[in-house]
Design a protein. Structure first.
Length: 385
């Protein structure tokens, strides 16, 4: 009885040491005879607990003392516990890497048919996701509801995980049991940038660029956040998402070096693309097609008819006026679309916190002045007719 009491006290001491992450005390208790497979509530072992908080030092100690890296409790594995740990991604990454090195299986599923990869994607850990895939995790596996790792990441709003999974070859066209794709779930859950990314993902390797590209998705992406420099400290910015969607990730370094923003890129013509160093004709065409879809081409003065020539015909002048009217209509639609967007998504007005409000108001005032000047000039033109 005394031995049992002492053993129970040691188990409690081990539990307390695990909570504190006290490696020396844990080691001392193991040396005193406490089993590395001691059972706690719900059948959890010391390794399961240490993995669930991603305590790398304790996990390594327990594994070195013979703990089973492939342990399952009711079909929930130590690796799954590590992938869902409420810790920093760096701690989780080290812990998961250690478990994988000790033969933890990345493709075992829980009762809901979820894999460690799905758990990591659901929690939002892109580096862990990449590590699991590199170690053989099935990237397009689906759980009992048809959710893949990509669908879970899109559903939860983890942009960096979505981006990483697409980069690693995840199938964005998989559907859940209720026939929803990752893009559709992102849209339903109001993750607009993820919806744009998934809608843009061109799958150019399958030759389906023109089928997959969606103008409204590019527009949403370009207008979702204020224009950022490519060197932004964000996990990935609007430029990176746009280039990934077109399969042009390889030119990102070039654009970063020249400090080109997405909005600048979307207003360029072929000669300007060549000028900044984009010389591959296929890359140029992909960009020009996307620019054309957006209809954000700037009307250059050099493109206007030479109206000063006396031999200008009536047909040419009519075409000139029609083109001007068409361009004005495009501008009007762009402003209307922006206004409607903010009316429907007022929460996104938080972007105004990213710059001083006065700067927005000033530009709007300048825009109004230009519109008024345009109106005056058109009236003069009309009167001269």
């Amino acid at each position: 009885e005394l031995d049992q009491m002492l053993q129970a006290d040691k188990n409690e001491a081990l539990k307390a040491a695990l909570v504190r992450g006290d490696v020396p005390l844990i080691e001392e208790l193991l040396n005193s005879g406490v089993s590395v497979e001691s059972g706690f509530q719900f059948g959890w072992t010391p390794l399961m607990y240490a993995a669930s908080v991603a305590n790398f030092a304790v996990v390594r100690l327990l594994l070195d003392r013979g703990a089973n890296a492939c342990l399952e409790i009711d079909k929930y594995t130590v690796l799954m516990a590590a992938c869902t740990a409420p810790s920093s991604e760096e701690n989780i990454l080290k812990t998961v890497e250690l478990l994988l090195s000790r033969n933890a299986d990345p493709n075992i599923t829980c009762r809901r048919q979820m894999t460690p990869l799905m758990y990591a994607a659901k929690k939002g850990y892109p580096k862990v996701v990449a590590l699991l895939v590199a170690n053989g995790s099935h990237i397009n596996a689906q759980d009992e509801n048809g959710y893949s790792a990509l669908i879970w990441a899109a559903h939860q709003g983890h942009k960096s995980v979505v981006f990483k999974l697409l980069e690693l070859g995840a199938d964005k066209n998989l559907q859940t049991k209720d026939e929803k794709t990752a893009a559709e779930l992102a849209k339903l859950n109001k993750h607009s940038e993820i919806y744009s990314l998934l809608s843009l993902a061109a799958n150019h390797l399958q030759g389906r660029y023109h089928e997959m590209i969606k103008p409204e998705a590019i527009y949403n992406l370009a207008t979702a956040v204020p224009d950022q420099r490519v060197g932004s400290s964000s996990t990935f910015d609007d430029m990176e998402v746009f280039l990934h969607g077109l399969g042009l990730e390889h030119i990102r370094g070039l654009l970063k070096e020249r400090d080109i923003t997405l909005r600048q890129l979307l207003s360029m013509q072929k000669d300007e693309l060549i000028e900044i160093g984009i010389e591959n004709s296929r890359d140029q065409q992909k960009l020009l097609d996307a620019i054309n879809e957006l209809q954000v081409e700037e009307r250059r003065i050099g493109e206007l008819p030479e109206v000063m020539k006396l031999e200008l015909s009536g047909d040419e002048f009519l075409t000139f006026l029609q083109e001007l009217n068409k361009d004005c209509s495009k501008l009007t639609v762009a402003v209307q679309t922006t206004n409607k967007h903010f009316l429907k998504n007022s929460h996104q007005m938080v972007i105004l916190q990213w710059a001083q409000t006065e700067s927005f108001i000033k530009v709007c005032k300048d825009l109004l002045c230009n519109v008024e000047e345009l109106g005056e000039q058109v009236m003069k033109l009309k009167d001269s007719m």
